[in-house]
Ligand binder design. Structure first.
Ligand SMILES: Nc1ncnc2c1ncn2[C@@H]1O[C@H](COP(=O)(O)OP(=O)(O)OP(=O)(O)O)[C@@H](O)[C@H]1O
Ligand SMILES: [Mg+2]
Length: 229
């Protein structure tokens, strides 16, 4: 599903953000990506959605070779990969329903498909009662769930989430992570960037730890001697 092989990324200003990153996610897997600020987590996420290209190394996502992909093929990749950003990126002037419908229209879904699918995903994230609300009328956790509904509405193979619990209290954070696990159980591969060490420890899932652009541990059930993230 996802393969990174010895990936390096040097930004135009010379910052070496990734220095040989290798890991794979099998189809249907769930993993956390953890590491200190500036370690390269968002760089990995931005590469997986084709927003930036690697300087060196190989990346394949859902059958797309991202080292050679043509810009005109990126929309096809983006149908297969749903992304959740920390700052939600919702459209305040559109209702919850229309924010999600908009993501479907962007990939050419029919009115009939939109009518069927939007209520389904809103129900899945527990927001069916808020379909007609506008994002500024929602709590942070509710807005985050709209962002999740939008990420999964096109039925992607992979969902990547960059700090999806960033501004939430621990109870809401656990709710969001539980929801992402539920989505994973329905068959979607999920990669979650998080700083929530206590939650990561509690959930005993695979944890990929990155530091200074390198993978320093990769295993299940703990943070592998990695104290600060
Ligand atoms: N567009 C950019 N141009 C130059 N350097 C960048 C750019 N984006 C990120 N960096 C640098 O690359 C390194 C990795 O950044 P990245 O955003 O991937 O870290 P992160 O692990 O997501 O950190 P955080 O937990 O703070 O979000 C940092 O040194 C950062 O300053
Ligand atoms: Mg980041």
């Amino acid at each position: 599903m996802v393969r990174l092989h010895d990936v390096f990324k040097t930004y135009p200003n010379g910052t070496k953000a990734l220095r040989g990153v290798t890991f794979s996610l099998e189809s249907g897997e769930f993993a956390f990506l953890v590491g200190p600020s500036g370690s390269g987590k968002s760089t990995v996420i931005r590469m997986l959605i084709g927003e930036i290209a690697p300087t060196e190394g190989g990346i394949v996502v859902s059958g797309f070779d991202l080292t050679t992909i043509k810009p005109r093929k990126l929309p096809y990749l983006r149908r297969r990969v749903g992304v959740i950003f920390q700052d939600f990126r919702l459209i305040d002037k559109k209702t919850v329903h229309d924010n999600i419908a908009f993501a479907m229209r962007a990939v050419g879904a029919s009115v009939k498909e939109i009518r069927r699918r939007v209520p389904y995903v809103l129900d899945l994230v527990g927001l069916d009662a808020k379909a007609k609300s506008y994002p500024p009328e929602l709590s942070g956790g509710e807005q985050q769930r709209v962002a999740i509904a939008r990420a999964l509405v096109n039925n992607p193979d992979l969902i990547v989430a960059d700090e999806p619990t960033g501004n939430l209290d621990p109870a809401r954070s656990l709710e969001i992570l539980t929801l992402l696990q539920k989505i994973n159980e329905l068959g979607t591969t999920v990669l979650v960037v998080t700083h929530e060490k206590s939650l990561v420890d509690k959930l005993s899932r695979r944890v990929i730890a990155i530091d200074d652009g390198r993978i320093i541990s990769d295993g299940t059930g703990g943070y592998y001697g990695y104290e600060e993230y």
